[in-house]
Design a protein around this ligand. Structure first.
Ligand SMILES: NC(=O)c1ccc[n+]([C@@H]2O[C@H](COP(=O)([O-])OP(=O)(O)OC[C@H]3O[C@@H](n4cnc5c(N)ncnc54)[C@H](O)[C@@H]3O)[C@@H](O)[C@H]2O)c1
Length: 463
């Protein structure tokens, strides 16, 4: 089949490359000239493990093309996917659908035959109706079916998720469109990925409900983590204890600095707005959003509590900037609000991220970006683990401690075991588990670990 992909961002590029890998002829379009030039040159404009190989292989086999001209992609297309962004609309939090409707008008202008138009972007209920209205009004000569096919891939594991989905949701009543969609996804269907056929509006809502539910789990466990700290319980064990229950499930029960990224925050806001438009309060989701919004600055207070609430003049090393590992996406990353709050408290901030620093530089003024984790912590008063990149899971603790001015670690992802950190001579604070120390002003050093070169020196502030 000839497939046009309108929008070549995270979703469009991964979907286009994977659909080409299924054997279809795919042309990906983007308005961003530099993005398309990069792709034509054989480079990948985003960081996504495994994506480069699949793009290269399909480019070589001439099943994948990139262009800035939508007319080239739309010529004789059997299926057209819309994969443009749907960010929060400035001012009111509704989804900004201007890119989707603009894409619909361009599709209408470029189509050369009857086709199936598929919305892969995350769009509020009823958007498919409006896309259909635009297409029918502009191209009454063609028979165009509009389908909702929301995408559930996760950045950092996008190729795996696209090729091994838990489900494929296809929202349409049109029998021909159902057959075309089944043909697109045939290799996955053969792998027994369940296809859920629904009405279009239901499919649109499934995507928002899924993201809102996952965000709810995160805010829930974060509140439980706060309670654990007050009552002397361990949130990791609580999460394990409830997660083994199949009715609950263990995923998305990791306490941390709150959710961020390009989807959860904006999709939650958009779903709440949709409900409000229908005179429905969304009390649970409003609470989920509030818990998350207040959490990021609360994490800055957690850092300052290691210094009896005073961060002025201290230097903080931030390890990890992206909203999660294995992506360079900085959209609504918790690190942004956290760093701003630390700077508001008078701290100097140094930061290191394995792949996100280029994206972060524009968003985070007055931050010193470093060459690696050890460079980042040098002569700092506290190291804060914000994103659980693999390379932060096995840091050389002795080296870390020797480099720091003051061996204080705040681990917002619970990467390390409190006992190990205590034995390594750190004042260690994490999330939902008791800290190993008093605030540094009152600090009583733990028994020194024999292997540490600075073990004789009490791990208190140098300054
Ligand atoms: N990123 C994710 O993990 C993810 C997962 C599931 C669903 N989604 C949803 O998928 C959609 C796309 O998200 P994304 O992260 O890929 O966005 P993105 O910002 O990375 O990519 C969107 C691309 O569309 C291009 N574009 C906009 N209008 C265009 C037009 N008229 N013609 C051609 N190109 C155009 C932009 O230049 C941009 O490159 C959103 O609705 C998002 O909510 C994203």
């Amino acid at each position: 089949m000839r497939v046009a992909m309108i929008g070549t961002g995270y979703v469009g590029l991964v979907s286009g490359a994977c659909i080409a890998d299924f054997g279809h002829q795919v042309t990906c379009v983007d308005k961003d000239v530099s993005k398309i030039s990069t792709l034509i040159a054989g480079d990948i404009p985003i960081y996504e493990p495994g994506l480069s190989e699949i793009v290269q292989s399909n480019l070589r086999q001439k099943r994948l093309l990139f262009t800035t001209k939508s007319s080239e992609a739309l010529h004789q297309a059997d299926v057209v996917f819309i994969a443009v962004g749907t960010p929060s609309r400035r001012g009111d939090g509704h989804a900004d659908l201007s890119y989707v409707y603009e894409a619909a008008r361009e599709i209408a202008a470029g189509l050369t035959k009857s086709t199936v138009v598929v919305t892969k972007s995350t769009v509020p209920v009823g958007t498919g109706d409006e896309v259909e209205r635009i297409l029918c009004q502009l191209r009454p000569d063609l028979d165009i079916a509009v389908v909702s096919n929301p995408e559930f891939l996760r950045e950092g594991a996008a190729i795996h998720d696209f090729k091994h989905p838990d489900r494929i949701v296809i929202g349409t009543d049109d029998e021909h469109a159902k057959k075309v969609m089944a043909e697109i996804y045939r290799p996955l269907y053969l792998n027994q990925a369940p296809i859920i056929y629904t009405r279009r509006r239901t499919a649109e809502l499934i995507k928002y409900a899924a993201n809102a539910f996952l965000a709810t789990k995160i805010s829930f466990i974060n509140e439980i983590a706060d309670l654990c700290e007050r009552v002397g319980a361990d949130v990791q064990e609580v999460a394990r204890g409830i997660g083994v229950d199949n009715r609950i499930g263990s995923k998305f029960l990791h306490a941390g600095p709150g959710f961020g990224g390009s989807c959860f925050p904006k999709d939650l806001r958009a779903l709440i707005k949709t409900a409000h438009d229908h005179d429905l309060p969304m009390r649970i989701l409003e609470a989920v959003e509030t818990v998350n919004d207040t959490r990021k600055r609360a994490m800055a207070r957690k850092v300052s509590s290691s210094f009896a609430g005073v961060l002025r003049g201290k230097t903080v090393a931030i390890l990890g900037l992206t909203f999660k590992p294995n992506t360079d996406d900085m959209r609504e990353a918790p690190s942004i609000a956290l760093i701003t709050a630390l700077q508001d408290m008078g701290a100097k901030v140094r930061a290191y991220d394995p792949v996100g620093m280029e994206q972060a530089k524009d968003l985070l003024p007055n931050v010193a970006f470093c060459d690696g984790p050890y460079d980042c912590v040098e002569e700092t008063d506290v190291a804060v683990i914000v994103t659980e990149w693999e390379q932060f899971r096995a840091l050389d603790l002795a080296k870390l401690r020797d480099l720091m001015a003051c061996p204080v670690v705040v681990d917002l992802r619970n990467v390390y075991r409190p006992e190990d950190m205590k034995n390594a001579g750190f004042a260690y604070t994490c999330v939902g588990r008791a800290p190993t120390h008093q605030p540094v002003g009152l600090y009583i050093p733990p028994a020194p670990a024999p292997s540490l070169s600075r073990s004789e020196a009490a791990p208190v502030e140098k300054t």
